[in-house]
Design a protein around this ligand. Sequence first.
Ligand SMILES: C[S@@+](CC[C@H](N)C(=O)[O-])C[C@H]1O[C@@H](n2cnc3c(N)ncnc32)[C@H](O)[C@@H]1O
Length: 313
Amino acid sequence: MTWLEIAVTAPAELVEVVANVFNEIGSGGVVIEDPALIVELVTKGNAETVSPALELPQGGQTTVKGYFCCDCSLPERLESLSRRLTNLPVRWRTREVREQDWATAWQKYYKPLRVGKNIVVKPYWEDYCARVGEIIIELDPGMAFGCGTHATTAMCLVLLEEFAPGCAVVYDVGTGSGILAVAAALLGARQVSAVDIDETAVRAARENARRNGVADRVSVARGNLLDDLAAGQADLVVANIIADVIISLAPAAAAALKPGGRLIASGIINERAREVRRALVAAGLEPVKELTEGEWVAVVYRSGGNTTSGAGH
Ligand SMILES: C[S@@+](CC[C@H](N)C(=O)[O-])C[C@H]1O[C@@H](n2cnc3c(N)ncnc32)[C@H](O)[C@@H]1O
């Protein structure tokens, strides 16, 4: 089957916006190519995580690629795309591709990757010889977000390594591939409830929980934010979405936590961090910790009251 590849070159803060536009107008798949990430992997000595087949995207900006079936609905989708991108500072180009080319294109960028002290994210098709004490997350993100290489995900993994051990109940909001839900379970959380608004992500997350042998402790459901999860039950809520969503989620996240429970929030672009902090404090949460990587910030906040069954910081 022939598909149209639409490649949009965008500044970092618009990457998720463009990916959402692709999803909303019915893209058959979205691939994000981030040159900063690739350069960083190489310069930090993680060159073995980058395939020799890699071609570095030009110009230093991130490219978001969406794929559309060349059928009678294509002109309408293109018109809708053009309308939505018209006021954004982005450039786009198109080319025809065969299905096999794009469905597996991202795999050449994806190799086992160490994150934090002991976590290794391993594509399921790669061989990796685990060292003593390592926690291996075996993953096939498919078309869902969350292969571990993006700074927003990596910072969540680092923070989960610190805060998830000992937690009884964890909520993962916007689970994508399920990477954070699986990590929380492998780090010792007894019950993880993961939600995503996107059915493709729900399927990928369920499959990844099964692949890692934690399906009995990780439940995945389609849902909007914390709408279907019980209040006052979570030792830890993790949400890697975007600043606007974290801001609107703040009161519900505070309500979802047990006294002393933690919220890990990521996906926050630097310029919006102050607004996010304000919203979290207004919801009654107290700051615990922050990480920054490039233009991204991840924060940990704590619900007032006594410490829960979590790591006890
Ligand atoms: C940046 S990805 C994070 C994926 C993964 N948790 C990670 O850290 O790599 C954000 C995810 O949130 C989901 N999402 C966006 N809005 C949502 C909403 N209102 N409710 C639930 N999930 C949502 C998206 O479908 C996407 O899978």
